[in-house]
Design a protein around this ligand. Structure first.
Ligand SMILES: Nc1ncnc2c1ncn2[C@@H]1O[C@H](COP(=O)(O)OP(=O)(O)OP(=O)(O)O)[C@@H](O)[C@H]1O
Ligand SMILES: [Mg+2]
Length: 229
């Protein structure tokens, strides 16, 4: 199987005053194309830190990362920005929606980096918003949407550019059971039909039945084997 993510001995420390926090210690894992994987672990165990590094949004202090078979150069910001736009979708723990833009405008943002014209961007974004159940809310701004609806706008924005890899930090934390199920079905459908590789952090027991494999972090260390089970 083709490895999409290969994390090799990655470490990340944060300095807080005189204190050094080992957010990640020698984490190694491989995730292959088409896998649907959850990272769990208690609050502060390093889930967001690991997702941010895999998403090339943060640099590791030590170790190496390979994505789609090629080593990542964390110092090449321009290439990384393009790489992220072409291949990855992100759903952040706090949504990161732009408050002054409508749902439709937020979802269209990643498409500004593509060759699509404005009509195509609008159509594609409307289709994805419809898929996540927000057809009636495309002209609402984040402040006019519930937490769960904002989460779904974030999901639509992550999927609109047809990424190969979706990284999601607690994607169902703000969703009711029905919306959680709906989101999982959308992700599963993309996973099964287009081979989207999905990696997300979650404590949510409601998701267990959808997950093929779970990786557990404890104090920045992996406690289940990171290689494919
Ligand atoms: N920018 C930062 N500066 C200092 N310490 C940080 C920073 N980011 C994370 N940490 C620390 O690193 C550790 C791991 O944090 P991380 O956010 O990765 O945990 P998490 O597993 O995502 O937690 P949660 O479930 O609460 O989201 C924590 O102890 C946290 O306090
Ligand atoms: Mg987190």
């Amino acid at each position: 199987m083709q490895a999409v993510i290969n994390v090799k001995q990655i470490g990340r420390q944060f300095l807080q005053g005189t204190q050094t926090i080992n957010a990640l210690t020698a984490v190694s894992l491989t995730i292959c194309k088409g896998e649907f994987v959850a990272i769990n672990g208690y609050s502060g165990s390093g889930k967001s830190t690991l997702l941010n590094i895999i998403g090339t949004l943060d640099k590791p202090g030590s170790g190496e990362l390979e994505l789609f078979g090629a080593p990542v150069d964390f110092n090449d910001d321009r290439s990384l920005q393009q790489f992220r736009a072409q291949k990855m979708g992100f759903i952040f723990q706090n949504f990161n929606l732009n408050p002054v833009l409508t749902a439709l405008e937020n979802v269209q943002m990643p498409l500004l980096l593509t060759d699509l014209n404005s009509r195509q961007r609008r159509e594609k974004s409307t289709a994805v918003l419809t898929k996540v159940g927000l057809a009636e809310r495309i002209n609402h701004k984040p402040g006019q949407l519930s937490g769960g609806q904002q989460q779904r706008v974030a999901v639509a924005r992550a999927l609109v550019s047809d990424p190969l890899l979706l990284l999601a930090d607690e994607p169902t934390a703000n969703l009711d059971s029905e919306s959680t199920e709906q989101l999982m079905l959308v992700l599963k459908e993309m996973n099964e039909q287009s081979g989207l590789t999905v990696l997300f952090s979650s404590h949510d027991e409601r998701l267990l039945k959808h997950i093929n494999r779970t990786i557990t972090l404890n104090d920045g260390m992996l406690i289940t084997p990171g290689s494919q089970l």
